[in-house]
Design a protein around this ligand. Sequence first.
Ligand code: TYD
Ligand code: MG
Length: 461
Amino acid sequence: MAKSVKSVFFCQECGYESGKWMGQCPACHAWNTFVEEKIQPAAPGSKGAAGFGASRRISENVPKKLSEITFSEDERTGTRIGELDRVLGGGIVRGSLVLIGGDPGIGKSTLLLQMCHHLTEMGRKVLYISGEESLQQIKMRANRLGGNAGELLLLCETDLEVIQNEIAKTKPSLVVIDSIQTMYSADVNSAPGSVTQVREATAVLLRIAKSEGIIVFIVGHVTKDGSVAGPRVLEHMVDTVLYFEGENHASYRVLRAVKNRFGSTNEIGVFEMAGDGLREVENPSEYMLSGKPEGASGAVVTCQVEGSRPILLEIQALVSRTSFNIPRRTATGMDYNRVNLLIAVLEKRIGCDLSSFDAYVNIAGGIRIGEPSADLAVILALLSSYTDKEIGDRVMVFGEVGLSGEVRAVTQAAARVQEAKKLGFEKVIMPKANLKNVKEISGIDLIAVNTVKEAVKGVWG
Ligand code: TYD
Ligand code: MG
């Protein structure tokens, strides 16, 4: 039977499929991400992406009562990397498919190799398959990481068929695929890294994970230029999606779950890239504040809650006379529009005129702020730099600011105050509406405010 080859266009970002090329993806709104791929219709009876080995097991596959289904906690394996276990929801679940996405060079291979080391040391059979690096390169990295994992199995391969056979032969309990964009199946006639290839490879790995009970970790590079399919294309197929983030210039990295069938997506893991691999950062607040200058104007400490973890951060603002017609405003680590809005509030409600001043806001340490609880701290940092008066080294500030200059309540106020107290802060400036949440906390000076004006008065009198 002659197969007719069909042309299909895919968004490399999110996998949206279309019969024609489009400039902007209607699903994820990315520009110029569509590429043409030739699809050969699957022959009847060939293995499809759906249902791993379904036809084989039709007779035994019957519904079970919920009460009859057992799940024991030893289905989970700890990795001896506490921060990773936390993000996974308490360890890796047998038969799960986990995707780790992130920019190239962020440390995905390093993290997974470290995990493989630990599991090998614990006596597990682990197979690390790399389509990117040679055995010597992996060995060099392994040497840097130290440890004693001589039994770890390494394979440099990109052909999925060979990989499938190898997994069937060695029967490992965990497989790492580094990276999915280099994998290639002869069943699909498009290039490695294309949406169809990446999906096919993931479907094969999914079948292996579910039918054999093997844990499979997949590395997926995020690429800005859309030259290969991004990990978002696979998000719906896998059990758990983790993203590894961080600024390239900063050594600090955050591991975040964006999807987890076996745990919450609220947790983050914090790591630091060192000479001997990734180190866990158990006390992120201390780490974030380690370079904070004493007695500098324009620097204000706030607290952001990531999952269940409060993290103290330093907000830095610099306000200086402009030499441009239109003053410059920049924001690093937080939303640019939010900074502009806060500057407008500062001008209108405090009456400080910034129209002839540049304003720069930066979150020290390379972390990104994603919640409005830092608003009040940003305003006070701007004002502190403008007036060149410091706010004090042992002061922490949090609260959302509204357009009329009101300071609004935020979530988890008690956790934020506790964290400040733990790190030796003496004073907290916070929303009055949150006061009832923190009344049991003693030994720290609480200044509760309703408006930005009251906050300014609370700091400088
Ligand atoms: P890598 O794990 O290769 O990133 P990815 O797999 O996400 O592309 O990490 C690459 C960077 O990490 C590289 O620039 C070197 C640095 N690195 C260290 O600083 N220390 C180390 O011990 C290792 C192994 C890597
Ligand atoms: Mg890598």
